[in-house]
Design a protein around this ligand. Structure first.
Ligand code: NAP
Length: 344
């Protein structure tokens, strides 16, 4: 085996001859030349942004490889009914929407591979991505790795995600019409969620672990002035109740000053404690802001030529499926342009 040859010792779909996907059985070792392995584009992430980029890149005949990480499908895959994505008058289940996009991208030749990006070297061209034991080389990279909602990490909370526990008021608020709910957090996200949820819920209890807030003055004042929002400060959540019943029945609260515990009966529990952009692995290679979001110019450009970012990993403001899809489209169009300009 000469230098520049790579082994694929596991199941993987790839192009063995241009345009002909082949599925290699487990244990098969196939050696292919480095020249063959240089991709036109790799898309990191299979949420709304990544899959839209995949549809566009595939239709441009770039045969994109989509790397699916530890949350395949992104945040939509843990949502229920999506009612604000244009084109679905009756709404569509989040996982179904993702599946549809994936099928659409596959139809035009996009390839998918499960794998965790262990390291990336953006300083060289082609860009080198280490995924497990494999190194993937690509002329361009679309980072669509999203942002993960921060969770409290309680086992009861995790067990009830999608059954009354949610990190997306815009997605799930409607299901709590006429019911009492709680939102946790003391920043703008929590205020925004609480205010939004008053459209549906009869009473929103805002729980915050301190008595000082990170939220901007205007958002805090708006939430405090709202007659349907009740504030409970110096309060932490010990447990979400309803695991047996498979629906949220309440939360067990603890007052951090007195240590007293109390049950708050609610039907919905919303997390508003922030998001973590999945961009840490690029620190030092592209610009990140103080919270770790990728800094882009002209929507999707990073400071590295040929590396574009789209969706929630670079959008802290809108964070909607449709806006993620929009920037995914832009990133793919820029990839196409970049490749053309560089003679590929
Ligand atoms: P954030 O400002 O970091 O606030 C997170 C809040 O969650 C904090 O109050 C924090 O408490 C609390 N928290 C974090 N981990 C917790 C835990 N394990 N248990 C209990 N509480 C926890 O995040 P954000 O509200 O998502 O805002 C992020 C950025 O986006 C901000 O710059 C914000 O202004 C911006 N944003 C703007 C808008 C808008 O303008 N419409 C809307 C949303 C977000 P502590 O305070 O005690 O740390």
């Amino acid at each position: 085996m000469g230098a520049g040859w790579i082994a694929f010792p596991f199941w993987c779909a790839r192009i063995s001859k241009p345009g002909k996907p082949s599925l290699l059985p487990a244990g098969t070792i196939e050696y292919i030349s480095m020249a063959e392995t240089i991709r036109d584009t790799v898309i990191l992430g299979s949420g709304c942004a990544g899959l839209t980029a995949a549809i566009y890149a595939a239709r441009a005949n770039l045969k994109p490889l989509v790397l699916e990480g530890h949350e395949p499908g992104g945040q939509l895959s843990i949502t229920t009914l999506v009612e604000n994505f244009p084109g679905w008058p009756e709404g569509i289940q989040g996982p179904q929407l993702i599946e549809n996009m994936k099928l659409q991208a596959s139809r035009f030749g996009a390839e998918f591979q499960m794998g965790h990006l262990a390291a990336a070297d953006l300083s060289k061209h082609p860009i080198a991505l280490r995924v497990g034991a494999e190194t993937i080389h690509t002329r361009t990279l679309i980072i669509a790795s999203g942002a993960s909602a921060r969770w409290l990490g309680l086992p009861s909370e995790q067990a009830l995600i999608g059954h009354g526990v949610s990190s997306c008021a815009t997605c799930d608020g409607f299901f709590f019409s006429g019911k009492e709910i709680a939102v946790i957090g003391g920043g703008d996200s929590a205020m925004e969620e609480a205010l939004f949820l008053t459209r549906f819920s009869t009473k929103v209890t805002l729980l915050h672990r301190r008595d000082q807030f990170r939220a901007s003055k205007i958002m805090l004042e708006r939430a405090m002035a709202h007659p349907q929002i009740v504030f409970r400060t110096n309060t932490v959540v010990k447990e979400v109740l309803g695991v047996e019943e498979k629906e949220v029945k309440g939360v067990r609260l603890c007052d951090t000053v007195t240590g007293e515990e109390e049950i708050l009966p609610i039907s919905g529990f919303f997390l508003g404690i922030g998001h973590e952009p999945n961009a840490k692995m690029f620190a030092g290679q592209i610009d990140l802001d103080e919270d770790g979001y990728i800094k882009t110019t002209d929507y999707v450009f990073t400071r590295v030529p040929g590396v574009f970012a789209c969706g929630d990993v670079q959008d802290r403001r809108y964070r909607q499926a449709i806006t993620a899809a929009g920037t995914g489209c832009m990133a793919a169009l820029e990839v196409e342009k970049f490749l053309q300009e560089h003679g590929h």
